[in-house]
Design a protein around this ligand. Structure first.
Ligand SMILES: Nc1ncnc2c1ncn2[C@@H]1O[C@H](COP(=O)(O)OP(=O)(O)OP(=O)(O)O)[C@@H](O)[C@H]1O
Ligand SMILES: [Mg+2]
Length: 234
C-alpha cells in the first residue's frame, strides 16, 4: 500500500534522513522505533508533504506521491497526527474533531464516524463542549488522533501518540491504537517507547542516524545484543 524507497531529507543542506526504506501493507501496523533526534518526525513530515524530500521515492496505492503537496497527500488518504500540539485551542473539543472531516473521503457517514471516535475515546465524549486549550496533554493527544480518524484515512501515521502521558494513560492509548488497528486501519506508528509499542506488532523497523538499520520482530530485537542494549539498556 505504502512504499518508501531510499527517502532522503535535508534541512538547509544538512542531511537528516539518508536512507529510509520501508513498506506498509494494507491493514498492517508498522512500528518505527528510534532514539531522540534520529529523524522519526522528519520521516513523517516528509511522507505527508510538510517538508520537501531531497531524494528517494514514495508511492501509495500504486501512485507516485513523491512530489505531491500536503493537501494532495491528505486527499490520497494519508493522515499524519503530529507530535506537536496543534489543536485549535479556542474551539471546542467537538469542533476540533469535526475539523478532521474535511477530506472528500470523510463526507459520507460523518455522523457514524463521529460516534465511532467517541466510542473509542469516551473521555472526549465527556468534554465535547470544553475548549481544546484546557485539555491535559494526554487528552490533547487523544483529540488529535480522533480528529485524524474523522477524515476516514486509508493510512494513519502517528508520531509518538503517547508522548507526555502518564503511564496509565499511555497503556490505555496503546490499547486504543491496537483496537483501531484490529478494526482494519493501516497504521504507521513512530515511537521511542519500545517496551510498550513493540507489543502491538511484529513489524518493527529501527531508525538510527537517518537510516533504517533493522527490520524484524520484537523477538529478533531482543535476541540481538547491540539492539537490545540500545533500546532497553540491558
Ligand atoms: N526544522 C528543522 N530545522 C533544522 N533541523 C531540524 C529541524 N527539525 C528537526 N531537525 C533536526 O533533525 C534531526 C531529526 O529530528 P526529528 O525531529 O526528525 O527526530 P525524532 O526522531 O523525531 O526525535 P524525537 O524522538 O525527539 O521526536 C535532529 O537532529 C533535529 O535537530
Ligand atoms: Mg519526533
Amino acid at each position: 500500500m505504502l512504499k518508501i524507497d531510499k527517502l532522503a531529507v535535508a534541512y538547509g543542506g544538512t542531511p537528516v534522513l539518508t536512507d529510509v526504506s520501508l513498506e506498509v501493507e494494507q491493514g498492517a501496523l508498522v512500528l518505527v522505533i528510534g532514539p531522540n533526534g534520529h529523524g522519526k518526525s522528519t520521516m513523517l513530515r516528509a511522507l505527508s508533504g510538510l517538508i520537501p524530500k531531497s531524494g528517494g521515492r514514495v508511492s501509495f496505492n500504486g501512485k507516485d506521491i513523491t512530489r505531491a503537496s500536503a493537501p494532495e497527500i491528505f486527499e490520497h488518504g494519508i493522515v499524519h497526527v503530529s507530535e506537536v500540539r496543534n489543536l485549535f485551542n479556542e474551539m471546542t473539543v467537538s469542533e476540533n474533531i469535526c475539523i478532521g472531516a474535511q477530506s472528500r473521503a470523510a463526507q459520507p457517514r460523518l455522523a457514524e464516524r463521529f460516534e465511532m471516535v467517541l466510542d473509542l475515546f469516551p473521555r472526549l465524549g465527556e468534554r465535547l463542549d470544553v475548549m481544546a486549550g484546557s485539555l491535559s496533554g494526554g487528552e490533547a493527544r487523544m483529540l488529535a488522533i480522533a480528529r485524524g480518524l474523522m477524515s476516514g484515512p486509508s493510512l494513519l501515521a502517528l508520531d509518538e501518540p503517547t508522548l507526555g502521558m502518564s503511564p496509565i494513560m499511555r497503556e490505555e492509548t496503546f490499547a486504543k491504537i491496537s483496537e483501531i488497528s484490529r478494526s482494519g486501519m493501516t497504521i504507521l506508528l513512530v515511537e521511542q517507547d519500545f517496551m510498550n509499542s513493540a507489543r502491538l506488532t511484529d513489524n518493527i523497523h529501527i531508525l538510527e542516524n537517518g537510516r533504517i538499520v533493522f527490520g524484524g520482530t520484537r523477538d529478533e530485537i531482543m535476541a540481538n545484543d547491540a539492539l537490545r542494549s540500545a533500546f532497553l539498556g540491558v
